[in-house]
Design a protein around this ligand. Structure first.
Ligand SMILES: [Zn+2]
Length: 357
């Protein structure tokens, strides 16, 4: 029993360790940290979390071309300030729907003096005055291209400076006079000049440059230094305080995930009835994925068993008395990865019958 518990613990350790190298490994010198805030106020009018299902209540502009730069629900930690997206702290924050939080009403936030509340009492803060894009709470996670285009920057924003501005940054030229901007990355997975598809993985989020924690800064800008625009456009009363905006740029009018096939791996392993040292292993995912299958033994040895395969099955020849399990990773043509493990198979010490002679 004690041995079993040890094996299970070790198995869980490996389960945690294997996917880490794929998508969420911390860069050297970075420590895991908790979010500073215990809860986030609603930065957009449909809640604090961008779920890919929110409703801005406004229609798309004629030039709408964007989907979300990530997959899965994430907090929005700062919006675009229509009352001066220039990094000057003006004493107010103006949201795309006309909501205004200001110093005179409910702010500044005692823990962050560029944030102001919408109402007196200080609980519905908007962040932050002067911000020229959207911050999303991505913790060392895969970042997606928000539209097809050509990579025009894939480097430190300030050459050679790891602590300047948005650190490791990607800019994509979409050929419509606008670029999208992805800042504070820990890894860049594309290179300058490369064409990328909507929903393609382009990097891993992080906290390079000037950042208080891991997040993605996502921005949309006019080409050639023409300044930022709010992808949510303007649906408030009266004229948009930020005159360079070009309307609601989300396809369908509300932020949605890119319509790409994501891997979702399942793995089974079962000893054959007539020869329990032969283990039938099968692995699958929706879509057309490329799998790597690993074998892990009780000694913690992990080795690659099968690579570059689609959905499939194979028979593993085990040794009597051995405990083994299997880990499968799958990646899509756009770079999305998933992994899953099988149950632990304990092979009998004594062979049954003559079949294994
Ligand atoms: Zn930002």
């Amino acid at each position: 029993m004690r041995v079993f518990v040890f094996l299970l613990t070790f198995g869980l350790f490996l389960l945690a360790a294997v996917p880490a190298q794929a998508s969420s490994a911390l860069p050297p010198g970075h420590q895991p940290s908790k979010y500073v805030r215990w809860a986030y106020p609603s930065q957009v009018n449909y809640g604090p979390i961008e779920t890919g299902g929110g409703d801005t209540g406004a229609g798309p502009s004629a030039g709408a071309f964007l989907t979300l730069p990530f997959m899965g629900p994430h907090y929005i930690t700062s919006i675009f300030d229509h009352c001066g997206p220039n990094y000057n702290v003006s004493g107010r924050v103006c949201r795309y729907d006309g909501a205004v939080a200001s110093k005179g009403v409910g702010g500044p936030d005692p823990t962050f003096d560029a944030g102001y509340a919408l109402t007196p009492g200080g609980h519905d803060y908007l962040y932050y005055s002067g911000h020229d894009g959207y911050d999303y709470g991505l913790y060392y996670e895969q970042v997606a291209a928000a539209a097809p285009g050509r990579v025009m920057l894939a480097d430190w924003l300030v050459p050679g400076c790891a602590t300047c501005l948005s650190g490791k940054t990607i800019e994509i030229d979409h050929g419509n006079g606008l670029l999208t901007f992805y800042g504070h990355l820990s890894q860049i997975l594309v290179s300058k000049g490369q064409y990328v598809a909507r929903g393609q993985v382009i990097g891993i989020s992080g906290m390079t440059g000037t950042a208080t924690g891991p997040h993605l800064h996502f921005g949309v800008y006019h080409m050639n230094g023409g300044g930022p625009v709010d992808p949510y456009g303007w649906s408030g009363r009266g004229a948009d305080p930020w005159s360079r905006d070009v309307g609601n740029l989300w396809l369908s009018g509300s932020p949605r995930y890119a319509p790409v096939q994501m891997p979702s791996v399942s793995v089974t392993a079962a000893p054959q009835v007539d020869d329990p040292n032969n283990i039938d292993v099968s692995w699958s995912s929706p879509g057309n994925m490329s799998f790597t299958i690993y074998v892990i033994t009780q000694h913690g040895t992990e080795r690659t068993w099968i690579g570059h395969r689609g959905n499939g099955t194979a028979t593993f020849a085990g040794k009597p008395g051995e405990n083994v399990w299997f880990w499968a990773t799958a990646s899509s043509d756009l770079g999305w990865v998933d992994g899953a493990g099988s149950a632990v198979i304990s092979l009998p010490h004594v062979s049954h019958g003559a079949a294994t002679a």
